[in-house]
Design a binder for this molecule. Structure first.
Ligand code: HEC
Ligand code: HEC
Length: 298
């Protein structure tokens, strides 16, 4: 906060407290002290119940003064007046760091034990799996679902079909660095709507979703020319490039003709954000072992 604004806020805060004190003392002195007829406010209930214009009771005013005194004490102890940090030296950041340090001290020995374990061991260790599950719940379920089964565009992590591979290195790389996966729009090269339809049918025939009739097969040379660099000539994909296998019945974006057409006409860009900075190496390894075990259990 710039010095001017710090002083501005501080002056405003102090002026407001003084104003409160004045207002309450002033209000305490208002109203008549002797009860005479003209001091009735004029409200009447049940025929003879009337209201006097009396000052507020003293004990009520004292409550206000006590809250003000409390507020002043609080602002001296904690940050509250402009840039003044308070005599206790408390800060949000400080409290956060203190709590993080306490958590670190508590979990460090557990993480040390897991860090020394082999990846394969971690996938079978009940305690590591429990920790992996809670990390997954905290960081991954928004996209991959609480059951890790994903959604269109967000891969299912419980099946045996992997875009990037299921070994330790691949999963740790995905979690640490994220993935920015681009399928280019190649439709202009396909010769118009009929050419696109044939390509859609050819791609779907690879997994047996539709019959490989003559029209679909007419797109095969085009597939080899345009698509095989990433998906391989037989459509089985390439994990090194993140190009999905098109011959199985597991789909990232869905098996329907509409979805395959959309992929070809618009291209796709699946983004998995990097989590390495957030998680650190030790937790990433535990989480990766948990993810690897999800499909092993199937
Ligand atoms: C913002 C959404 C998002 C979040 C959060 C997210 N992911 Fe992903 N993840 C994706 C997308 C999208 C892909 C697919 C990327 C692609 O198209 O290649 C993906 C891919 C993956 C893959 C590769 C799957 C394969 O078949 O090779 C793994 C493993 C993975 N995520 C694990 C995780 C873990 C563990 C977390 C929690 C730390 C996580 N993801 C958090 C969106 C997300
Ligand atoms: C430069 C590499 C590259 C080329 C060339 C390419 N693709 Fe892809 N394709 C990808 C990638 C990468 C993805 C995954 C995109 C994502 O994760 O968001 C993908 C995804 C797809 C999907 C969706 C699969 C699913 O599981 O939902 C289809 C269908 C597809 N491609 C068909 C084609 C066809 C047909 C061609 C040729 C016309 C082609 N691709 C050319 C890289 C490529």
């Amino acid at each position: 906060m710039a010095a001017f604004w710090a002083w501005f806020v501080a002056a405003g805060t102090i002026a407001f407290v003084i104003w409160c004190v004045w207002l309450i003392s002033w209000a305490g002195k208002q109203g008549p002290q002797n009860k005479q007829d003209e001091d009735l406010v004029g409200h009447k209930w049940d025929g003879d119940l009337e209201e006097w214009n009396n000052p507020a009771p003293k004990w009520w005013l004292y409550l206000y003064f006590i809250t003000i005194a409390w507020a002043v004490g609080y602002m001296i102890a904690y940050p509250g007046i402009g840039a003044f940090e308070g005599i206790l030296g408390w800060s949000q950041q400080g409290q956060y760091e203190q709590e993080m340090q306490a958590a670190e001290a508590r979990y460090a020995p557990i993480y040390e034990r897991f860090a020394a374990m082999e990846f394969g061991e971690l996938t079978r260790d009940a305690e590591a799996q429990e920790l992996g599950r809670s990390l997954f719940a905290g960081y991954c379920t928004t996209c991959h679902g609480s059951d890790a089964r994903g959604a269109p565009g967000y891969p299912n992590l419980t099946d045996d079909d992997w875009i990037w591979g299921d070994d330790e290195t691949a999963i740790i790389a995905t979690i640490t660095h994220g993935r920015n996966n681009v399928m280019p729009n190649l439709s202009p090269a396909l010769g118009g709507d009929a050419g696109i339809d044939n390509m859609v049918n050819y791609v779907r025939s690879l997994s047996g979703a539709v019959a490989a009739d003559a029209a679909a097969m007419s797109a095969q040379p085009m597939f080899v020319a345009l698509c095989s660099a990433c998906h391989q000539a037989d459509g089985s994909g390439n994990q090194a490039l993140g190009a999905p296998n098109l011959t199985d019945d597991t789909w990232l974006y869905g098996p329907s003709a509409e979805s395959v057409r959309e992929t070809i006409v618009q291209g796709r860009n699946g983004v998995m954000p990097p989590h390495g900075g957030l998680l650190g190496d030790k937790r990433t390894k535990i989480l990766a072992a948990y993810v690897a075990s999800l499909s092993d259990n199937e």
